[in-house]
Design a protein around this ligand. Structure first.
Ligand SMILES: C[S@@+](CC[C@H](N)C(=O)[O-])C[C@H]1O[C@@H](n2cnc3c(N)ncnc32)[C@H](O)[C@@H]1O
Length: 286
């Protein structure tokens, strides 16, 4: 396991993923009944933007960095879209000092901790021993949090369906192994078989090696109802690779997430565009 999210935290892919997550959480909270957030690949929870690792790539500067000026003030989107990203900004504000340049970016666990209620449950799974240790330091004291350090596929099988019968499951693998796309699809299938009413989000990279096309086709072949694909390219996809964009396959996206993404997606694309070929797409796969 070589992948460490600290090199990539806050990049354009994180921005898309976390804004979508925050909208989904907000809609799930409209019902009083508690729900489970299962983060199958949780990472460390919180990332320093000026640490040695982040400085090596500076990926965040073309992601979250496009939403703040150098003094840390928000650079707003158009009013309707700014309102949609407000929960994401609120969580970022809690880990940064007012009036100072951005110093930290929350990971998916930190976003969840910020927005979920006392009664909701947060199950954080992370396999990398060092990152799991950091995650435990970050989140273990919160009474809503349960930690696990196993393989994501096992966590999905072990914890679904949740007793709450409501939940959001994030499958966010690093795609460093050859078979990782197949494993991700199997996780989605196994999770859905156990918990067909759950909301699922599977993240994937668009890198020009055909992985994203294959993964989307395989997801579609599962023939699950209510499957939405949201994809954001920040530049042209090149055969030599590199992260040109990313996407999310969403199962049972809570209403009105799809309608919101139709408004927000083009604005996120404009804001994080790097070169020609930047493109937003939103399609129901079923
Ligand atoms: C893309 S990062 C997660 C980022 C995090 N979800 C966020 O949005 O802040 C993927 C994480 O999965 C972990 N990981 C890799 N293989 C795994 C596996 N088989 N089971 C569980 N975690 C794994 C990596 O150590 C890494 O921290």
């Amino acid at each position: 396991m070589n992948y460490r999210h600290v090199y990539h935290a806050g990049n354009h892919a994180d921005v898309l993923k976390h804004i979508v997550m925050m909208r989904a959480f907000l809609h799930l909270k409209k019902k009083d009944k508690p729900f489970l957030f299962l983060d199958a690949h949780a990472g460390t929870g919180l990332y320093a933007l000026w640490g040695d690792e982040a400085l090596k790539t500076l990926e965040w500067q073309d992601g979250v960095g496009r939403f703040y000026d150098p003094s840390g003030n928000a650079v707003p989107l158009a009013t309707d879209c700014e309102a949609l990203i407000a929960p994401w900004r609120d969580a970022i504000a809690t880990v940064n000092a007012v009036g100072q340049p951005l110093s930290h970016y929350p990971g998916s666990p930190a976003f969840a901790l910020h927005i979920l209620r006392k009664t909701d449950r947060i199950l954080l799974n992370e396999l990398h021993p060092e990152d799991h240790g950091k995650l435990a330091d970050f989140a273990a004291r919160d009474k809503r949090v349960f930690l696990s350090a196993g393989d994501a596929a096992i966590a999905v099988k072990a914890h679904l369906p949740p007793p709450e019968r409501r939940g959001f499951i994030l499958i966010d693998p690093p795609y460093e192994r050859e078979d990782e796309a197949d494993r991700a699809i199997r996780m989605l299938r196994d999770g859905y078989r156990r918990f067909a009413t759950g909301a699922f989000a599977l993240w994937y990279p668009v890198t020009g090696d055909g992985l994203s096309d294959r993964l989307v086709k395989e997801a579609q072949a599962l023939a699950l109802p209510k499957m939405l694909k949201a994809e954001l390219l920040v530049r042209q996809v090149l055969p030599e690779g590199g992260l040109a964009g990313s996407g999310l396959i969403l199962i049972n996206p809570p209403w009105p997430l799809a309608e919101e993404l139709a408004v927000l997606g083009p604005e996120l694309c404009k804001r994080m565009r790097q070169t020609d070929g930047a493109k937003w797409s939103l399609d129901w796969l079923s």
